[in-house]
Design a protein around this ligand. Structure first.
Ligand code: MOS
Length: 703
């Protein structure tokens, strides 16, 4: 009986359910007597409603209700800030007044017996506005940067950090570069749109709702409706991709719950693809400046990294844009600066390596620019600046395998065959470029709980409120439980995605395996203890446990996963098309519980990185802030034809400090480093430095 599961490349335990169609996603939970709700969004970017005539809509057969700010019950909106909600500002209060803060903000909800009826009636509303011109571009002269409230404290969102005298060092340096970078607003565009089915039984509400954080959705809806959390249950066993868009509880969940209460029937509300572009958060547009200087032999003497990200006017969404900069390299003089630019848009949110992905894009392109100025191999430049400790925090790393990642990645890629001069590598008429960049993402570990039942038939049931949006949480947690209980994998059933289960932190920030895994392990150990105490074969044993980070240990170390990403691009010099032929990533991410799923997750992240580098951009109409490409025809993401060789390697890394499992977390780090490696490869192929994402044909063709 093999019970060594950790480290084994098991196939997904939920794979059969997914490919056979038996896995149920939020919108699959149809309820008897269910009605359908459709959100009507504002067609202006800023202003007030002056008229809302719902008469024609109400006359459509099958229409049960038309909710507007004029007839929607006043909601409690009690204070509640979940871990993933912006710490400063106040969430949008939906259908509570006549103000319009951003394009597409819900101004009405039509509920009908069928979806067709609701959609048709939604087109019949007569809405008048007093419109103002919104400010939607952070570079608009009317836009003003502010110090983020979250940045007044030290930490990943710190507004200002300095060591040494970087500005003086820059002026005095033998070699320096100074450049600006611009990364586009992006949307998550998972296959599954945000969706909720809401059903009331008396004062109790069940929400089958797409969520990466069911216990927070429960708490948030309880606060909004003014109900005890115990009255609300959120269920979400499967997620069709999310990438951060379902961490927060967005207004459609509230609207589904309110609509169901008003019409006295279960209500299904699914955002249209178009609506997901402004009602489910987005990666904020960022503008950054990085200045670097070094000695002639490539020792960094100064790093200046200044960046700002857009936010809404009603909330401050802060991300870790400059967080990596103080510790990625050894450098005596470092200054970082982070600002927010409030705009007339909906609040951005976390998306695929939030903060790090865009911040590292600027820093790692700048490192490539410095290597070019030094006429030095960019990998060699990085090797020369490898730090012995986190110089920002003045703490040792719990583990840092960056040099091993350089070696492993460069070997696998064949980096030593690269020629230095831009434009020097060719394949026939195609220009070949080889670029690289570093990746880093913090180790997050949140307090989590889990429950285990040992049944008389020799099987075990494990429960935690966690989610699995695709990384393979069902499988990796089952492996941890089965190994701890010394059971074959098939005898353990892990259930997640239900707010009745023991609470867990958000399924984001790459913290699920460390957090939920540690709790499940602790619960399994507690169950085994209990069985030992009560004697064998005495029937059902149930044990619960809560586990969290060891604060004393976490305070003594700087904890991050690291990686190195190598990319080959082929560019057609006549038409400017860019093909990513190869991506090789090498990662030091602690213990890898399932190498097959880990590789799948990292190659998935690389695909996201290719999208960020070359395709993804949500363009806003400056007149009204409307996302003009809010559909899959014009919001480009990589498809199979865009993807060629992707390879993920994991260096052996034993980290005794992060947690007992030795797990650092994967997922976000797979996005980090890909876009700059591609941008650097484009430069190597063409000699053209593109400092704007996504890099497009028009950047490369001659004007
Ligand atoms: Mo991830 S952006 O924390 O879902």
């Amino acid at each position: 009986m093999n019970t060594n599961h950790i480290g084994q490349p098991h196939a997904r335990v939920d794979g059969r359910a997914k490919v056979s169609g038996s896995a149920q996603y939020a919108a699959d939970f149809n309820q008897p007597g269910q009605a359908y709700a459709v959100i009507v969004g504002a067609s202006i970017g800023l202003g007030r409603l002056t008229e809302l005539d719902t008469e024609a809509a109400q006359r459509v057969p099958g229409v049960l209700a038309v909710l507007t700010h004029q007839n929607t019950p006043k909601l409690a909106y009690a204070p509640h800030k979940g871990f993933i909600d912006p710490a400063h500002g106040e969430r949008l209060h939906v259908l509570q007044d006549d103000r319009v803060h951003f394009y597409g903000q819900p101004v009405a909800v039509v509920v009908a017996q069928t979806l067709d009826q609701a959609e048709h009636a939604a087109t019949l509303l007569r809405i008048g506005y007093a419109a103002q011109t919104p400010v939607c571009d952070p570079l608009d002269p009317r836009a003003e940067a502010v110090v983020p409230e979250a940045g007044r404290e030290p930490g990943p969102h710190a507004a200002d950090r300095v060591r040494g005298d970087p500005d003086a060092a820059l002026t005095a340096a033998a070699v320096s570069i100074d450049a600006h970078y611009d990364a586009a607003r992006e949307n998550h565009v998972p296959i599954e749109p945000n969706a909720t089915v809401a059903a009331w039984e008396g004062e109790r509400l069940t929400l089958w709702s797409k969520s990466q954080f069911v216990v927070n959705e429960q708490a948030e809806i309880a606060a909004i409706l003014g109900l005890p959390a115990a009255n609300i249950r959120v269920v979400c066993p499967f997620i069709g991709g999310a990438f951060g868009t379902s961490l927060r509880t967005w207004p459609h969940v509230t609207l589904a719950a309110v609509a169901a209460r008003v019409v006295g029937r279960p209500v299904k509300l699914v955002l249209s693809r178009r609506q997901t572009f402004h009602l489910g958060g987005h990666r904020p547009r960022t503008v950054q400046r990085v200045a670097l200087s070094s000695t002639p032999d490539g020792r960094l003497t100064a790093i200046v990294h200044e960046g700002s990200g857009e936010t809404s006017r009603y909330e401050q969404f802060a991300e870790a844009l400059t967080a990596v900069t103080p510790f990625l390299y050894s450098c005596p003089n470092v200054r970082t600066r982070y600002r927010l630019v409030p705009l007339d848009i909906s609040t951005p949110t976390y998306m695929r390596g939030p903060g790090e992905a865009t911040g590292v894009f600027a820093l790692e392109c700048a490192m490539d620019e410095l290597a070019h100025a030094l006429e030095m191999d960019p990998l060699e430049l990085r090797r020369r600046n490898e730090p012995g400790l986190d110089e920002g925090m003045q703490l040792p790393f719990s583990s840092r395998s960056m040099l091993a990642c350089y070696e492993r990645g460069a070997d696998a890629f064949g980096w030593s065959r690269r020629t230095l001069a831009p434009g020097s590598m060719r394949d026939g008429r195609l220009r070949i470029g080889w670029g690289m960049a570093c990746a880093s993402y913090p180790v997050f570990h949140g307090q989590a709980s889990a429950r285990v039942r040992l049944l008389a038939d020799g099987t075990a049931e494990v429960e935690a409120a966690a989610s699995d949006m695709g990384p393979g949480t069902y499988t990796s947690i089952t492996q941890i439980a089965a190994e701890t209980l010394a059971l074959p994998l098939e005898r353990v059933r892990f259930s997640l995605g239900n707010s009745d289960f023991p609470p867990t932190p958000p399924h984001g920030g790459s913290m699920t395996l460390a957090s939920v895994g540690s709790a499940v392990r602790a619960a399994c150990l507690a169950a085994l203890d209990q069985r030992r105490e009560t004697g064998h074969g005495s029937g059902i044993i149930e044990a619960s446990a809560t586990a969290g980070p060891d604060a004393a240990v976490h305070g003594r170390f700087s904890m991050h996963a690291f990686g190195a990403v190598f990319v080959e691009v082929a560019i057609d010099p006549d038409v400017g098309t860019i093909r990513v032929r190869r991506v090789v990533g090498a990662y030091g991410a602690g213990r890898i519980v399932n190498p097959r799923l880990a590789a799948s997750q990292c190659t998935g992240g690389m695909v996201g990185g290719i999208g960020m580098a070359l395709m993804e951009r949500t363009a806003l109409d400056p007149r009204d802030g409307r996302p003009v490409n809010a559909h899959m025809a014009d919001y480009l993401v990589p498809v199979n034809l865009d993807i060629q060789g992707l390879e993920a390697h994991f260096v052996d890394e034993v980290d005794p400090h992060v947690n007992e499992l030795g797990v650092k977390g994967l997922g976000e780090i797979a996005l980090v480093g890909v876009a700059p490696a591609i941008a650097n490869a484009v430069f190597h192929a063409t000699g053209k430095r593109v400092r704007e994402l996504p890099i497009r044909i028009e950047h490369l063709v001659e004007h």
